[in-house]
Write a protein that binds this ligand. Structure first.
Ligand SMILES: Nc1nc2c(c(=O)[nH]1)N[C@H]1C(S)=C(S)[C@@H](COP(=O)(O)OP(=O)(O)OC[C@H]3O[C@@H](n4cnc5c(=O)[nH]c(N)nc54)[C@H](O)[C@@H]3O)O[C@H]1N2
Ligand SMILES: Nc1nc2c(c(=O)[nH]1)N[C@H]1C(S)=C(S)[C@@H](COP(=O)(O)OP(=O)(O)OC[C@H]3O[C@@H](n4cnc5c(=O)[nH]c(N)nc54)[C@H](O)[C@@H]3O)O[C@H]1N2
Ligand SMILES: [Mo]
Length: 566
């Protein structure tokens, strides 16, 4: 996030796009609700009638994959009504003239047609955003990023920030809400193909030398490959060994058949996890890891706040903290390290990572949590980024981006659009929430959420088992009739892989810059399943409660390809 979570409560205008905040970020959603109570306007841009729309001044119910025309048209209105921040544009940005020309074609009328909304919704949103600026905050999550045009979606939001000067000021910003507890920390530590720790570009002159000196050996001159590319290379035999750490890839990757095929293609697969997941079951070696409450170290959260974690309980059995396993791996592979603890690793990292420079364990212990960039021990940390200049060191660049529809759109054969995501009471592939009792009372199994009118047309009632098929695969799931889904759009999560491995059907398209998969749109067909047996439902519950993984073929012949061992 460019700004901080607390600041959201103080803003005058909140634009929330593609984020089911109350379910996926419940704590952050409390700040949004407080902002509304304080009088802020809240505009929710989302194809589904999510819970947050109950607090919204306006729910802009665009069609899936039409964010760029919407935000371009908002920019069009701001520019044509001269509501932009000219000082900010002149002093802090580049490319305004070209951008202003570019968005001329995205009139409210033109975009409204593409988005399936009214021109007034665009005009009103534009006027309100500009009126509140600079104290207007944009928050976005996967509804924006998990598209084949995801990077351009993000740029279309960034353009609004530049246009109205909502960057580098409090209670504002362009704020991606991060996903897992430490996904921010993983990025900070260099788990990105293009970056060394602290977002220092592998290919930028002078950067590699710093790390070569610290690590005492030459480093590759080129960036690494993304996971999407790696999966392709596994199938082609160019990647022969894979080490998966804390990911249930065969359930969470798009086009799961393909992902599973890739992992089955390698000569040697290691999985380091806290449970024997579907992915771990394919592995040659499984390394049992300790969980967060059994480990020492730091996590960095969505607002760049680095916090200490400490073991509350000892790890069970042979499980060991991830850091211990990795340090042991160094030693066994002939590179023993002087570092012994998470703190030692952190000390090395901050010695070569300017944004972490002032974050000592002593300070983190004393002060609780500190937000990077934090250059030295006297630096209090940074509540919001881009104060006097952008943290990149360059001006903000307006990006003229165009509408790109999802790679796969409904047609006669596959007439429905499926979008996938989360529910509050399940977590991802269910490895964790699936084992905790109680959750099954809230969401006992996967459900295909669809509009009641669509269901009526197909002759479906609530609870019917349906087959959902795409060009890549088929799953069976029970139908859930709900007004949350607009007509033509259906929704599933991916937390119940024993019966419904949702990613068997998702798209294999991905963003051409970041290679983020298009989880948010694929075309499917729906038919009543030949299995309407109550037995299946009972079995679904039993498996969840037992927390064990069974071959689905033992229950019903849906995902037959999951059979067999390596
Ligand atoms: N309980 C729970 N919480 C979680 C997680 C979990 O599994 N369970 N996972 C965590 C992780 S890793 C992440 S990344 C976050 C994700 O957090 P979110 O991104 O909020 O979660 P999703 O359910 O994927 O929601 C995406 C939203 O985008 C909307 N959407 C779909 N297509 C479009 C589109 O084309 N345009 C727009 N504007 N919106 C669209 C959907 O209707 C949905 O409301 O959640 C985190 N929090
Ligand atoms: N269809 C569809 N698919 C999606 C998405 C979507 O919206 N739709 N969203 C995507 C997104 S944003 C995400 S983030 C991914 C999530 O995908 P995954 O990360 O694969 O999902 P999880 O089930 O959270 O798996 C995390 C694994 O880490 C293990 N684990 C937990 N703690 C530790 C630990 O401390 N150490 C180790 N070594 N292991 C640990 C857990 O047991 C679990 O097996 O899913 C992606 N897939
Ligand atoms: Mo995520």
């Amino acid at each position: 996030m460019s700004n901080s979570i607390e600041e959201l409560a103080e803003t005058d205008f909140l634009l929330v796009a593609g984020s089911n905040t109350t379910e996926a970020h419940p704590v952050i959603s409390l700040r949004m609700k407080r902002a509304v109570k304080n009088g802020a306007k809240l505009v929710v841009v989302d194809p589904r009638k999510i819970e947050l729309t109950n607090w919204a001044t306006r729910h802009v119910q665009i069609k899936v994959g039409t964010d760029i025309p919407f935000f371009n048209a908002v920019a069009n209105v701001i520019i044509n009504e001269e509501l932009q921040d000219s000082w900010f544009i002149q002093h802090r940005t580049e490319g305004f003239e070209a951008f202003a020309r570019h968005v001329q074609m995205y009139t409210p009328e033109y975009s409204a047609e593409i988005c399936g909304i009214t021109p007034e919704e665009i005009v009103d949103t534009a006027r309100e955003f500009a009126a509140a600026a600079p104290h207007a905050a944009i928050c976005y999550t996967l509804g924006i990023t998990e598209h084949s045009c995801g990077s351009h979606n993000v740029q279309s939001l960034g353009n609004l920030g530049l246009l109205c000067g909502t960057l580098g000021v409090p209670n504002a910003g362009v704020n991606p809400l991060r996903g897992q507890n430490n996904v921010q920390g993983a990025g900070d530590a260099g788990c990105i193909p293009t970056d060394l720790p602290g977002y220092q570009k592998v290919e930028r002159p002078g950067i590699r030398a710093i790390f070569e000196e610290a690590w005492g050996e030459p480093l590759p001159r080129r960036r690494g490959i993304t996971k999407i590319t790696a999966m392709e290379q596994m199938i082609k035999g160019r990647v022969k060994a894979v080490y998966v750490m804390g990911e249930n890839t065969v359930v969470s990757d798009p086009h799961a058949n393909h992902a599973e095929h890739a992992l089955r293609s390698v000569d040697f697969l290691v999985v380091q996890d806290i449970f024997l997941t579907e992915t771990a079951q394919l592995a040659d070696v499984v390394l049992p890891a300790a969980a967060f409450a059994e480990s020492d170290g730091t996590f960095a959260n969505s607002e760049r706040r680095v916090q200490r974690v400490r073991p509350a309980v000892p790890p069970p059995g042979e499980a060991r903290p991830d850091v211990d396993i990795l340090l042991e791996m160094f030693a066994r592979m002939g590179k023993p390290q002087e570092m012994k603890t998470a703190k030692d690793v952190f000390e090395e990292m901050r010695s070569v990572t300017p944004i972490y420079g002032g974050l000592s364990y002593e300070r983190l212990d004393r002060e609780g949590g500190i937000q990077w960039p934090c250059g030295d021990e006297d630096d209090p940390g940074t509540v919001y980024l881009h104060g006097d200049e952008f943290s990149t060191g360059f001006p903000g660049f307006f990006a003229p981006v165009d509408h790109i529809p999802p790679a796969e759109e409904p047609d006669q054969e596959y007439p429905w659009l499926l979008t996938t995501g989360r529910r509050r009471s399940t977590y991802h592939t269910g490895t964790q929430t699936g084992k905790a009792t109680g959750f099954e009372n809230l969401v006992p199994h996967e459900m295909l959420e669809l509009n009641p009118m669509d269901a009526a047309e197909m002759g479906l009632v609530d609870g019917d088992l349906v087959d959902v098929s795409s060009r890549r695969g088929k799953v069976t799931v029970s139908a859930r009739l709900t007004e949350k889904s607009p007509r033509g759009l259906v929704f599933m999560s991916f937390a119940f892989p024993e019966i419904t491995r949702t990613n068997d059907v998702t798209s294999d398209a991905y963003d051409f810059i970041t290679e983020t998969p298009e989880f948010k749109a694929c075309a499917v067909k729906i038919s009543k399943s030949e299995y309407q047996d109550e037995e299946v439902r009972v079995a679904q519950r039993r498996i969840r409660l037992a927390g064990e993984v069974k071959q689905p073929t033992e229950l019903m012949p849906v995902n037959g390809h999951r059979n067999g061992s390596r």
